[in-house]
Design a protein around this ligand. Structure first.
Ligand SMILES: Cc1cc2nc3c(=O)[nH]c(=O)nc-3n(C[C@H](O)[C@H](O)[C@H](O)COP(=O)(O)OP(=O)(O)OC[C@H]3O[C@@H](n4cnc5c(N)ncnc54)[C@H](O)[C@@H]3O)c2cc1C
Length: 387
């Protein structure tokens, strides 16, 4: 591994949508800058959101790969080290300690360092779960293993009815599986939707064949069986946990960088070290953690400009998220966490518009379902900017 190219150049940790979008934007602005990407995975370019929508579309995991790491390296004129995990950041020496696939370690110098290392599945622990083979799907490797483990037409027990859990449930039911979902919340997407739209989502997913146990948790697991806290026993072939993600902050924390809910960055995506930046799911921007694709793209564009020599602050309009549940099209643009206000709902049945209205009458967020989902762009323009 040559150190000289990296020393004055940009080293990006992570080859997800964050790392690769940044590299692409930076290369557009600067043909000569040395870019090195170090990634713990295989470095394939793929669209992560497809992981919860591919099955019912008949797509095999391998067909989700848009480009191999070699193709990406050629396109980006970058060095890409795949299956290399960064174990530590040595800020004093401006180096990262990289663990090679063979177990050896090398140091790699950086001029500027960008952390685009994503988030981990939230740990789940309930009595008996160690032997229950509860999987999580947060990247292409997980997804490939999950698809290989699934039995055609098998019984899947899914823990978590949030955005990603609901999408997986719909996708699995749409590909012939018998899906049961357990969540302590009273309706799906409980943190994003008001009750009326959440109940409509539960009805639509129920009509698609999914069984819900809402307001319930698993009390204990016992290989192929899970007992709920109301004593219902659920028999399953495969279990999946989708209870949320936690930004990967350990590397930054151990290097002495400021960390709160994510790696803290300012509007320039700069951490508490002026030569280290963070974007995507691992970062906490001044608008909070924003673990979605559209904010990540805006972050990558702004940071590329800064790294190419023009200091550029992140600006973020309201960015609605399309929920990939064909059973009931849904778009959410939630208000900032803790915002004061209440939901006002228009429409009937599947086709509804919900506005989150502040005490001063201003709309701060929205949710749209069914035929109303098409109103998202016009409505997004009326919402306050995130940053
Ligand atoms: C199933 C699913 C569906 C989703 N659907 C949507 C959607 O419809 N719309 C939407 O907006 N968002 C969606 N999201 C969220 C969106 O996909 C993420 O916000 C985005 O992909 C995060 O990209 P990232 O680059 O920050 O992180 P990741 O894609 O997680 O990439 C992190 C990278 O860092 C590498 N890495 C980690 N640690 C190290 C280390 N120590 N050393 C070296 N490399 C390391 C990893 O190998 C990986 O390459 C979805 C997420 C999931 C899981």
């Amino acid at each position: 591994m040559s150190n000289s190219a990296a020393e004055n150049g940009v080293v990006i940790l992570g080859s997800g949508l964050g790392g690769y979008t940044l590299a692409r934007e930076l290369r557009k602005l600067d043909a000569g800058i040395a870019i090195t990407i170090v990634t713990a995975d295989g470095g394939e370019s793929y669209s992560k959101p497809m992981l919860s929508a591919a099955f019912a579309q008949g797509k095999a995991p391998s067909s989700l790969v848009q480009k191999s790491a070699e193709q990406m390296a050629a396109d980006l004129k970058a060095t890409i080290l795949v299956r290399h995990r960064v174990a530590a950041i040595r800020r004093d020496a401006r180096k990262v300690v990289v663990r090679r696939p063979d177990g050896g370690e090398v140091e790699l110098g950086y001029g500027r360092l960008v952390l685009a290392i994503g988030a981990d599945p939230r740990p789940y622990w309930v009595e008996g779960c160690e032997d229950a083979e509860i999987r999580t799907v947060n990247d292409l490797d997980d997804y490939t293993a999950w698809r290989a483990a699934l039995k055609p037409g098998g019984r899947v027990l899914l823990v978590g009815a949030g955005l990603i859990g609901s999408e997986f449930a719909n996708d699995l039911a749409g590909s012939g599986h018998h899906v049961t979902v357990v969540d302590p919340a009273p309706w799906p997407l409980g943190r994003l939707l008001p009750q009326a739209l959440g109940e409509e989502m539960a009805r639509a997913l129920g009509d698609a064949g999914i069984t819900f146990h809402l307001g319930r948790s698993v009390a204990y697991w016992n290989k192929g069986r899970a007992a709920l806290d109301d004593a219902t026993m659920i028999h399953y072939d495969q279990a999946l946990s989708a209870i949320g993600l936690v930004p990967r902050t350990r590397l930054a924390f151990e290097a002495g960088l400021k960390v709160e809910r994510g790696i803290t960055v300012d509007r320039f995506l700069r951490t508490s070290d002026p030569d280290i930046f963070a974007i995507g799911d691992c970062a906490e921007t001044p608008a909070g953690p924003l673990p979605f694709v559209l904010p990540l793209m805006a972050e990558a564009k702004a940071l590329a400009a800064t790294l190419a020599g023009t200091e550029t602050a992140l600006k973020l309009p309201a960015l609605p998220v399309v929920v990939k549940t064909p059973a009931l099209p849904m778009v959410v643009c939630p208000p900032a966490p803790g915002a004061a206000g209440e939901w006002v709902i228009e429409g009937e049945g599947r086709d509804r518009k919900a506005l989150f209205i502040a005490p001063d009458g201003k709309a701060l967020g929205f949710a749209l379902s069914g035929a109303r989902a098409g109103e998202r762009q016009a409505l997004a323009r009326e919402m306050p900017d995130l940053l």
